[in-house]
Design a protein around this ligand. Structure first.
Ligand code: CP
Ligand code: NVA
Length: 302
């Protein structure tokens, strides 16, 4: 998770991501390296951007979808981790249960990158920080407000915001706050650097007022097998990013969504297609930020 990073690691990743964006095919960082891309759940942005990142950095990627390897079914995660470590230089994995990532990391001997778990989505947030920096030219002191479900993206966003000294607001219905462990870690990071803040609220207007950045994500995530749509539609609509909510924010506020979006639910067509939306920049930046993550991992190891 992003809790593994220090502030200067994060800043360096963002700096490197900018370099990779400006110099798209300038590096051979992954030459002679084989990278396993394991996807237990569907993905458009993450799998394609990782695949292209590996290829543009001169490496070789192996796309392994559920059903194509034995992971956790016909073979323990421990054995899979040990075997894969004999072949590949790094494992990128999107998993249903965060514990799978921890076991891959514990028993494997190669680095493991989190491509989304039920608990967190760190690579998404690194791309989002790059996107905010590009549009606002700074990070510290910005009011970054998240609306809706306190899910994996939200858990990572509060850590990213804390690492960069932002004032993060999270507006959720009661009972849908971000994971307590991540809230605690965010508070510790804020204390450690003496900058930034985290405010949890059930009032969407409090989140939106004078915000620099408004962020939302789906109300039902891939891992939410038992969430009832009818119930969700009763309690989440006040947290929708629409023209009214946006009108409380600063005039030059930007609107973010990691995608895929459920248009008409957590965000309206007018807003996601509007001039303040930066959702496709976020999607593009996945590619550049993930190259920087490879640089962080492989230059650290050398
Ligand atoms: N934002 C994101 O992770 O999208 P995918 O599920 O398409 O990878
Ligand atoms: N919270 C969403 C993010 C998708 C990129 C999910 O886990 O389904």
């Amino acid at each position: 998770t992003l809790v593994d990073l220090e502030r200067n690691d994060t800043e360096n990743i963002i700096k490197d991501a900018t370099y990779f964006k400006e110099n798209r095919k300038a590096s051979n960082l992954l030459k002679d390296k084989n990278i396993a891309l394991i996807f237990e759940s569907p993905s458009t942005r993450t799998r394609i951007s990782f695949d292209i990142a590996v290829n543009e950095l001169g490496g070789h990627s192996l796309m392994l979808n559920t059903g194509e390897i034995h992971l956790g079914k016909k073979e323990s995660i421990k054995d899979t981790a040990k075997v894969l470590s004999r072949y590949v230089d790094c494992i990128v994995a999107r998993v249903k249960n965060h514990k799978t990532l921890e076991e891959l990391a514990e028993y494997g001997s190669v680095p493991v990158i989190n491509a989304l778990s039920n608990l967190s989505h760190p690579c998404q947030i690194l791309a989002d920080i790059l996107t905010i920096k590009e549009h606002k030219n700074k990070l510290k002191g910005l009011k970054l407000s998240y609306f809706g479900d306190g899910n994996n993206v939200c858990n990572s966003l509060i850590i990213g915001g804390a690492l960069l000294g932002m004032d993060v607001y999270v507006a959720t219905p009661k009972g849908y706050e971000p994971n307590a462990m991540f809230v605690r870690s965010a508070m510790e990071i804020i204390d450690k650097y003496g900058e930034g803040s985290l405010t949890l609220t059930n009032d969407p207007k409090e989140g939106a007022e004078d915000a620099d950045v408004l962020y939302t994500d789906v109300w039902i995530s891939m891992s939410d097998k038992n969430k009832d749509l009818e119930e969700v539609l009763k309690i989440f609509p006040p947290y929708q990013i629409n023209e009214k909510l946006l009108s409380y924010a600063k005039n030059d506020a930007i609107v973010m969504h990691c995608l895929p979006a459920n248009r008409g639910m957590e965000i309206t067509d007018e807003v996601i297609d509007g001039k303040q939306s930066v959702v496709y920049d976020e999607a593009e930046n996945r590619l550049h930020a993930q190259k920087a993550v490879f640089k962080y991992i492989f230059s650290e190891k050398q």
